[in-house]
Design a protein around this ligand. Structure first.
Ligand code: NAD
Ligand code: TYD
Length: 341
């Protein structure tokens, strides 16, 4: 049986990845290492907790002794690192945890994986390392790195560490960079789950600036399939971009949500823009298509409808999240902004 270490498996993409692998490959065992920060929710994997192929180890990827211990427990076929502080707005409020987890945590994992001679290490990264596009063009794997937020700077630093380990130590690292994910189990601080959950409660939604910033949307399962393909078939030392081929201005997406949820446009509130807000992300994923045989499969229409249905069916999940630390963050991030308009 193949044994894979996943970090950050209680978060949005990690939990979808763990569920996807266990459902599609009976020959796999997964150890999930997660610190359970505000974004980590064991409930996201409640349905597979009793699967004998799944083990959960609570802990911090910055804790070298802990990580070395877990990696030393048995043979490992791959490490896939999802664990991160992942929200741009939080990195603007306080970049400290981003530097720790995203950079120091990656270094700890790289050293432990090197020591244990893990044959494959996948770093789950983001298209935000490339910075921002104007109206034209796409990010390729050759686009110079030019991160603009503390979040993307920390993810870029981690990518450069992986690159340096590949170069210096012949380390078997692979980097994946993906655009904006959506789907079930996404923490309601990111645009789509935040807006869906607020509109379901007839609350107004805060659109930053003029709403003309563009993001490329990919269903989380398509991203998971891409990471799996990189893990199984990717060339060591290479970078693979994944995208959904679905660019949209935030305001167009907001109006589409209003339509699908049958809510009035009066629920849109334009608020003060995010400082340093990247204008546009768009991905050229032809390398992954060519070399990994991967392509996005979920259409945005189908994926968005399913995602809305999922949030409608999981109001208790959202309510539990919103009752905790979340309210403090929401007030800090949006309190002044909402009252300015
Ligand atoms: P998330 O915030 O939903 O989950 C992050 C998980 O990591 C949580 O379970 C959290 O508890 C865990 N974690 C945080 N710090 C940790 C630490 N020090 N030790 C162990 N575990 C820790 O994030 P996500 O949206 O699922 O993103 C997963 C990865 O994918 C991140 O690396 C992110 O940069 C990358 N990514 C995300 C997107 C997106 O659209 N969400 C797009 C491209 C890349
Ligand atoms: P987000 O989901 O935070 O992802 P990212 O910043 O990593 O792309 O934001 C997606 C887009 O939506 C981004 O352009 C910022 C914008 N946005 C809003 O307009 N209002 C909001 O409340 C949030 C969270 C995001």
């Amino acid at each position: 049986m193949q044994r894979i270490i996943v970090t950050g498996g209680c978060g949005f993409i990690g939990s979808n990845f763990v569920r996807h692998l266990l459902a599609t490959d009976p020959g796999l065992a997964i150890v999930n290492i997660d610190k359970l920060t505000y974004a980590g929710n064991p409930e996201n994997l409640a349905d597979i907790e009793s699967d004998s192929r799944y083990t959960f180890r609570q802990g911090d990827i910055c804790d070298a002794a802990f990580i070395d211990g877990v990696l030393g427990e048995g043979p490992i076929d791959a490490v896939v690192n999802f664990a991160a502080e992942s929200h741009v707005d939080r990195s603007i409020l306080d970049s400290g945890p981003f530097i720790q987890t995203n950079i120091v945590g990656t270094q700890v994992l790289l050293d432990a994986a090197r020591k244990r001679e893990v044959p494959r290490y996948v770093q789950v990264s983001t298209d935000e390392v490339y910075g921002s596009l104007g109206d034209e063009g796409f990010f390729t794997e050759e686009t110079p790195l030019a991160p603009n937020s503390p979040y993307s700077a920390s993810k870029t630093s981690a990518d450069l560490l992986v690159r340096s380990y590949c170069h210096t130590f012949d380390f078997p690292g692979i980097i994946t960079r993906c655009s904006n994910n959506y789907g079930p189990y996404q923490f309601p601080e990111k645009l789509l789950p935040l807006f869906i959950s607020k509109l379901m409660a007839d609350e107004s939604v805060p659109v930053y600036g003029d709403g003309k910033n563009v993001r490329d949307w990919i269903h989380v399962l398509d991203h998971c399939r891409g990471i799996e393909a990189a893990m199984r078939k990717g060339q060591i030392g290479e970078v693979y971009n994944f995208g959904g081929k679905c660019e949209m201005q935030n305001i167009a997406l907001t109006k589409l949500l209003l339509k699908l949820l049958d809510k009035p446009e009066s629920l849109i509130t334009y608020v003060k823009d995010r400082p340093g807000h990247d204008l546009r992300y768009a991905i050229d994923c032809s390398k992954a298509e060519r070399e990994l045989g991967w392509a996005p499969q979920v259409t945005f229409e189908e994926g968005l409808n399913d995602t809305i249905l999922w949030y409608q069916d999981h109001t208790a999940w959202v309510d539990r999240i919103k009752s905790g630390e979340y309210m403090k963050y929401y007030e800090q991030q949006y309190g002044e902004r909402m009252s300015e308009t």
